[in-house]
Design a protein around this ligand. Structure first.
Ligand code: GLC
Length: 566
């Protein structure tokens, strides 16, 4: 594999709106991010991905962009953004922006022009399509519910929106549109950006016949995913974009890709693929319900572990994945992936351990490093997220009671991850001096940065150990490029794997997700216990040396250097 500058890095996702507010308007801002660069540096973060901070009406929290060249005034100014870039650079850190180019906001100048003149040049930037028999061109359901088509006022046409109706989809078939997008990307890269997280990118290719599909829900519609799954040729656009932009800058790109065709993996992230990497969502997809959150299901340990293992084995043959526990679209990992008895500091550290050393580049989502959790709400009005509100009503339509529908939101809502970052035990968790745009999780008095910085055994201090170990010169090669190989797979509670370098350095990573203690007979002598989530390095070392095994209690994890292999 060609070595890349970003392979051995640790990345961190900031959700700017909820990170830190310094001007009291209840919305996080760039000044807040700048003031926490040292916090992130100390955590061991190299690459920072910012969810969108562009000018936006926030129908979908900034994923509806009204101007790609402007910073949203809630977040600050372009000068402050430049300052952020400079301050990051001083600390040897890299900044990624979110690249949202499947769609824009209906407030974007192009779309306004398009509506003004539906036969004109800008209408060609979007999918303006004639209706069929007085109805929408096809029966697609948008990702956020309801038809994916909206009437273009005063015409017999409809425009396509795979997400909210305020997020019209671009027509990538139009070379002028593509050129404008490439120019914009290069403009940001020229500024000194290290790259992009690339949003919802699989959706850019449409079947221009817009065929309807058999209905898959009581609304008589069919998910727009069907079209995405069937249409061929997205790779042509992705390759074109890469050549015209990212490649020229050696930029780092991490793509959000769902519904890719299996055999396209190498084209996406193989050597010279369309992107540097893409997120592995295989574990997150397990919880997905057939037709919505109301029939989503709890993730069972063994299935979860085996899914990650299978994914790792496949991905390491092809490229270099990006690994997450959670992000701004997912509930908190500690609430989703840890059984109830493990939803404590030991469990969160164990989850951190077994995820962090997987093959690929780890992304920490803000608040994960202190073990933030899902947030229970007592009424749907306390939620902000467009998809949560849709799913709540979907659950009611499917026959759930209000209580059950709220329970679905508690388990699945994107707002679980979007509550303000918990900095301290004081009012509003130290996130704002005003009224937070989304109320804080009441558990901030117990789970917060200030407390954890004071406690050597906190989740936060443990995450610092994880990043330090991953970067330790003696093991870095193995953690970065070593082969991933699962072990102790017969166990129903152990999540364990080796990382083995080409030189034969062998590291065991293991966590016991069960309620009972378990014994792992070591395959090879233990050279050194590199990390224990319970501070039991010495005890584990002694057991390993004298008995050739380690015993992990419930919610205990360890990382061991074993004797090298040929
Ligand atoms: C991606 C984003 C999500 C957004 C959607 C539409 O999935 O992560 O937050 O709602 O794209 O842009």
């Amino acid at each position: 594999m060609k070595r890349k500058w970003w392979h051995d890095k640790v990345a961190y996702q900031i959700y700017p709106k909820s990170f830190l507010d310094t001007n009291g308007d209840g919305i996080g801002d760039l000044r807040g991010i700048i003031s926490k660069l040292d916090y992130l540096k100390e955590l061991g973060v190299d690459i920072i991905w910012l969810s969108p901070i562009y000018k936006s009406p926030f129908v979908d929290q900034g994923y509806d962009i009204a101007d790609y060249y402007q910073i949203g005034e809630e977040f600050g100014t372009m000068e402050e953004f430049d300052e952020l870039l400079a301050e990051a650079k001083k600390r040897g850190m890299y900044i990624l922006m979110d690249l949202v180019v499947n769609h824009c906001s209906d407030q974007h100048e192009w779309f306004r022009q398009a509506l003004k003149d539906p036969e004109g040049e800008y209408a060609q930037y979007f999918h303006f399509v004639k209706g069929k028999n007085g109805e929408a061109p096809s029966n697609y359901r948008s990702y956020f519910g309801g038809s994916a088509w909206e009437k273009v006022p005063g015409t017999d046409k409809y425009y396509l929106h795979m997400f909210a109706k305020e997020q019209p989809d671009f027509k990538w078939e139009n070379p002028r549109l593509r050129k404008e997008i490439y120019q914009m990307i290069n403009w940001w890269l020229d500024k000194g950006l290290a790259g992009f997280r690339v949003d919802a990118i699989i959706n850019i290719k449409k079947d221009l016949d817009f065929p309807s599909f058999p209905a898959d829900g009581p609304d008589g519609l069919a998910s727009c995913v069907k079209m995405v799954e069937e249409v061929q040729g997205v790779g042509d656009y992705l390759e074109d974009m890469k050549r015209e932009t990212f490649q020229k800058y050696d930029a780092f790109t991490v793509a959000e890709v769902f519904n890719m065709k299996e055999d396209e993996l190498a084209e996406f992230i193989g050597e010279d693929g369309h992107f540097s990497t893409m997120f592995d969502f295989s574990a997150h997809e397990l919880a997905q319900g057939e037709s919505g959150w109301h029939n989503s299901r709890p993730v069972e340990f063994r299935e979860w572990r085996d899914t990650i293992f299978a994914s790792q084995k496949k991905l390491q043959e092809v490229g270099f994945p990006a690994n997450i526990i959670e992000n701004h679209d997912e509930p908190r990992g500690a609430s989703r992936f840890l059984p109830e008895y493990a939803q404590n500091e030991a469990g969160k550290k164990m989850l951190g351990t077994t995820s962090f050393f997987l093959y690929g580049i780890p992304f920490i989502y803000q608040g994960q490093e202190i073990g933030m959790t899902n947030c229970r709400r007592s009424d749907i009005s306390e939620y902000d997220d467009i998809s949560t509100i849709d799913q709540y009503h979907e659950a009611l339509r499917a026959g759930c009671t209000q209580e059950e529908a709220l329970a679905c939101c508690y388990a699945n809502s994107r707002d679980n991850a979007r509550t303000p970052m918990q900095w301290e035990a004081g009012e509003n968790a130290g996130f704002t001096k005003g009224t937070p745009w989304l109320s804080v999780n009441p558990n901030y008095t117990k789970i917060n940065v200030a407390d954890q910085e004071e406690r050597a055994d906190s989740v936060l201090e443990f995450y610092k150990k994880l990043t330090a170990l991953k970067k330790c010169p003696e093991y870095k090669e193995t953690f970065t490029y070593g082969t991933f190989a699962p072990v102790y797979e017969a166990s129903d509670s152990v999540f364990a794997y080796y990382r083995i370098s080409e030189e034969g350095q062998k590291i065991l990573v293991a966590g016991n997700y069960g309620t009972e203690a378990c014994t792992l007979k070591l395959e090879g002598a233990c050279r050194k216990v590199l990390l224990s989530n319970l501070g039991r390095e010495a005890a584990l070392q002694e057991e390993a040396e004298t008995e050739g095994k380690i015993t992990l209690g419930s919610c205990e994890s360890a990382v061991l250097l074993l004797e090298s292999v040929d």
